[in-house]
Design a protein around this ligand. Sequence first.
Ligand code: NAP
Ligand code: MG
Length: 402
Amino acid sequence: MDKIKMTTPLVEMDGDEMTRILWQMIKDELLLPFIDLKTEYYDLGLEERNRTNDQVTVDSANATKKYGVAVKCATITPNAARMTEYNLKEMWKSPNGTIRAMLDGTVFRAPIVVKGIEPNVKTWEKPITIARHAYGDVYKASEMKIPGAGKAELVYTAEDGTETRELIHEFKGAGVIQGQHNLDDSIESFAHSCFKYALDTRQDLWFATKDTISKKYDHTFKDIFQEIFEKDYKKQFEDMGIEYFYTLIDDAVARVMKSKGGFIWACKNYDGDVMSDMISSAFGSLAMMTSVLVSPQGYYEYEAAHGTVQRHYYKHLKGEETSTNSVATIFAWTGALRKRGELDNNAELSAFADKLEAACLKTIESGKMTKDLALITSLSNPTVLNSADFIKAIRAELEASL
Ligand code: NAP
Ligand code: MG
């Protein structure tokens, strides 16, 4: 069989620990034998980030702007323990944070749904994708403890010195206050990323805030989404037969629990923080969750939602067998390859991505899986495979389908 050709390279961001080991296995077993793989390689492993003073992370984000599609391995975000472990010059920032700031993107997280791993919510048949606005609100708030009686106000001083005031509260006794903000620019970027991703994945988009209570703050989110929708996306949504649906956050939560899934749920920062943990744990496993960063300009960076699986890596270093689930990392590759195929009109490449995903699901559905899934599967007598054998089992399914 001739290998599938690529015209434009993917930006490949290598990473750390157990996922770095899986990364190489995935390339060797599932990609290189079938594709004439073109990538521009950036080593985001912690040693290389330290050696280059994190320039490699910046370079990889710039390459993503150039080529449009990246695939990223999980990386260590350094903490005090990592400073000594890797003898770091500095506590380098999270690569995901750096890349997200440079691409101004929104992260979409979706569970990989497979027969045998049933969600806790019985009605959920299709994945629910969470899009979390990753700027501002309570995460960039100023807070004050109010010791006793007094007046608290919001004060905005314009550049020309004029002040606008709004009473928060006339305190009769002790209490607390908080000042939150957000930016129209950031909300607009968030909205564009959400509408683009809905079109891209042919799914309805839901958005919810508490605009009935927060008539200026949350209402601004609602208005910006509505304006952008009417102006730039309404026609395209109609043509594709998908819907933009706005409701109150409590109504959205109630509807989500009764839904069949299969839509994107755009969340304000706090709602996304809380609800993404609920959705991911209710769908089964962090090892079965994909993640894609979508910029308002339409750049895409695909990755797994989990980390570097440090505990498994230390076992691996001691020569012990690991059973680490590679599915989310494989889906990062397939997501990126499919998108590259779409952008380059390379149907063969996109079809390969579909087949590789199907091979992963078929492997699990046939009862062959890693330990994390064996613990939660509804299939009886699953076969637990180690990290390498699981990937080999997927390869066998893939070869059968090609
Ligand atoms: P983790 O890598 O997500 O793993 C936490 C635990 O979840 C594992 O010990 C394992 O449980 C289970 N798990 C996660 N992924 C799995 C998989 N693919 N297969 C099987 N089990 C899986 O989080 P962590 O170990 O706390 O963090 C390690 C490093 O990852 C940290 O340095 C952190 O900074 C980094 N991190 C990176 C990203 C990213 O790059 N996107 C995201 C999160 C964290 P058992 O041990 O019980 O088997
Ligand atoms: Mg959280």
